[in-house]
Write a protein that binds this ligand. Sequence first.
Ligand code: GLP
Length: 260
Amino acid sequence: MEVMIYPTYEEMSREAARVIADLLNTKPNAVLGMATGSTPLGLYRELVRMHKEEGLDFSRVTTFNLDEYVGLGPQHEQSYHWFMHENFFKHVNIPPQHIHIPSGTTSNYHAFCEWYEKRITECGGIDVQILGIGSDGHIAFNEPGSSLMSRTRLKTLARQTIEDNARFFARPEDVPIYAITMGVGTILEARRLLLLANGKNKARAVAQAVEGPVTSMITASALQLHPDALVFVDHDAASQLQMRDYYMWIQQNKPGAPKT
Ligand code: GLP
């Protein structure tokens, strides 16, 4: 795992965008795993800027989103379909038929989940999966207790997650209690993982994920099992990392390391 600590959210977002842009420069038909939530907004803004100002091309890119609320159609303003369209897809040139987001309104969730997994494989697997982290340490909607080998499926959300996400809804009772989500096992199959976290309220979850034991109680800790996991955090989110100085030391000395 490579932990990179940035002084600000903006800098963290810019560097994360650089990872995606470098991938697209070497592999223009890359498959990107997308995440929602407030954390990746800065990354999406920067990618949109690169598209508009520097001609970063998404025309051959395919995307798979991590999750969606059950019961919310794509026109619902709190759906992840809507979020992705408003914050990213409508500003770049990804062909609509290349975009995959779990359906929150399918009539057969089981069949849909199987199809979603199959589709990821057919497209060659995910090159980089962008991830946020919930305050309870979850990735996507893999709440505490989710098997580290889980696949795309329907999940009941934890109370903590419902409370955290209530800020986006008019009334707390409007927050859906079910979601469809890629599993931890699905996520671990991506060739590279890029987890982003900012703010003090994520500091504990980040420390547990990076330095705690690998446990299904903190599903982000599964990143420790991945051979190419990047963790980009701002100072606040890094504040409870015990090895913070060491990560910064590595980051500082990285440019001088022998090239392979
Ligand atoms: C939701 C999403 C996660 C996201 C998390 C944190 O639970 N399913 O993918 O990482 O929220 O969201 P935020 O970035 O807004 O803190």
